[in-house]
Design a protein around this ligand. Structure first.
Ligand code: S3P
Length: 172
């Protein structure tokens, strides 16, 4: 029997937040975002934490947020895109529930993030090249962390959510 937690991982712009909201609504479970937890606890935006304290401090806060979620049940977790870079985070998340990787092509990511500036790692001159490089480095981490991969290119949040629920029901 699976633990009743669905955890969404994947690159920035994969649609984790929107899909998490859809799932939360359909399952009647609250949605928790690791990024929002960090911002509340640090009383600062992710962007400011990166600028003022650096990525290492952010990753420490992210690890603490994941640790805090350890005993939760019946929630959907929307994880920051880099959460899988830490093996301990991956262990905690996989023990906590079903880890679903929302995978995306680089051009889809670019399309989804181009109008926003709140992601410090993508505020760079050649965004597409950065996305391609980061995705190719991270893909193995996402795949190894996940119980299930869902391709998201060209799909609505509803379609992705339905695919996740179908898999979740069959997997139980
Ligand atoms: C990051 C992804 C962001 C946020 C931070 C770092 C990453 O979250 O945690 O900017 O390293 O991929 P989203 O994936 O929700 O944009």
């Amino acid at each position: 029997m699976l633990r009743k937690v669905i955890i969404l991982i994947g690159f920035m712009g994969a649609g984790k937040s929107t899909v998490a909201q859809w799932l939360g609504k359909n399952l009647g479970w609250p949605v928790v975002s690791t990024d929002r937890m960090i911002e509340e606890r640090a009383n600062s935006s992710i962007k400011d934490i990166f600028v003022k304290n650096g990525e290492a401090v952010f990753r420490g806060l992210e690890k603490a947020a994941v640790e805090e979620l350890k005993d939760k049940l019946e929630i959907v977790i929307d994880c920051g895109g880099g959460v899988v870079l830490d093996q301990k985070n991956v262990e905690v998340l996989r023990t906590l529930g079903c880890v679903v990787y929302l995978s995306t092509r680089p051009d889809t990511v670019l399309e989804r993030v181009r109008h926003y500036s709140h992601r410090p790692l993508l505020n760079v001159p050649d965004t597409l090249k950065t996305i391609q490089d980061m995705l190719s480095t991270r893909e193995i981490f996402y795949k190894q962390a996940a119980h299930k991969e869902i391709l998201t290119d060209g799909k609505t949040a509803e379609k992705i959510g339905q695919e996740i629920l179908k898999w979740y029901d069959e997997y139980q």
